[in-house]
Design a protein. Structure first.
Length: 133
């Protein structure tokens, strides 16, 4: 069960973060979140709903162990959906506001610069990241 939940949760987080990364950095943080969730929200909702429903229907079986597992998985997936759309989204909004203010990451002062050998001279920064800073 933990591996199943981690896989579903990470997928939802990846979809949300990818949608935010596709919105131009010239928009305000509120506009970026709004546009990203307009794109990623339905996808996350539909996948979580279908996963929860699949396990809910599996909970109608007569085998008691399988029934308990399926109902527990259904409840866990619903809770995971709520967690991603509340707690994780709050952290993403916080980070998006940090990016809008052009603040560096916690280690930005020492190792996340283009002239740092730790960051490989900025080789792994995207063009959008280089242009924004």
């Amino acid at each position: 069960m933990p591996f199943l939940l981690v896989g579903i949760g990470v997928d939802d987080m990846f979809v949300m973060c990818n949608a935010i990364d596709q919105v131009p950095l010239t928009k305000t943080s509120g506009e970026r979140i709004w546009m990203a969730l307009g794109h990623a929200g339905p996808a996350i909702t539909i996948t979580s709903l279908t996963n929860a429903l699949a396990f809910a229907f599996g909970g109608t079986t007569s085998l008691e162990a399988l029934k308990s597992f399926c109902l527990f998985a259904c409840v866990c997936i619903v809770m995971l959906y709520l967690l991603v759309n509340t707690l994780f989204l709050a952290v993403v909004v916080w980070d998006t506001r940090r990016v809008e203010k052009k603040n560096k990451e916690c280690c930005g002062a020492c190792c996340c610069r283009e002239d740092s050998f730790i960051c490989c001279g900025g080789y792994f920064l995207s063009k959008m990241q280089r242009d924004f800073t």
